[in-house]
Design a protein around this ligand. Sequence first.
Ligand SMILES: [Mg+2]
Length: 159
Amino acid sequence: MSDSGCSQRLSTRKGNMKRKDDTTTVDQLRKEVSQFIRERDWEKFHNGKNLSMSIAIEAAELMEHFQWSDPQTPCDAAALQEIRHELADVVIYALDFCNLMDIDLASAIKDKMKQNRAKYPAKKVRGKSHKYTYYQNAPVPAKRGRVKAVRQKIQIRPA
Ligand SMILES: [Mg+2]
């Protein structure tokens, strides 16, 4: 782990530099992970328990880079490289988990995003960070113009 804790992204991208994400499919990544494991005869170790634990362990390694860091400190290039690798470890294990459990990741994400949109309606949660349960009985906030109009109507002085 780097001892140069950081919490902000230091951009290394230049202009319209292409990302591999633009041209690589999830299926290609799944196959690459699968091939890596098969070539080493590691399938026998890759079960749900070990993979779910490995995802959590790699996520903790990612978090170590931010533990006790100053949120205003930008990441330097060395720290960012280590962070990239830890995130890759998390995703590699997640893809391996998808292969093992035959989970269609794209449809799982689409399903989950649909649920998230229902739990966190943009009109209710915009700019707030509470858990969805907080909003379950909360009214939809009025628009500013509407509040002003109501204030004028009932003759309340502006705050
Ligand atoms: Mg790691």
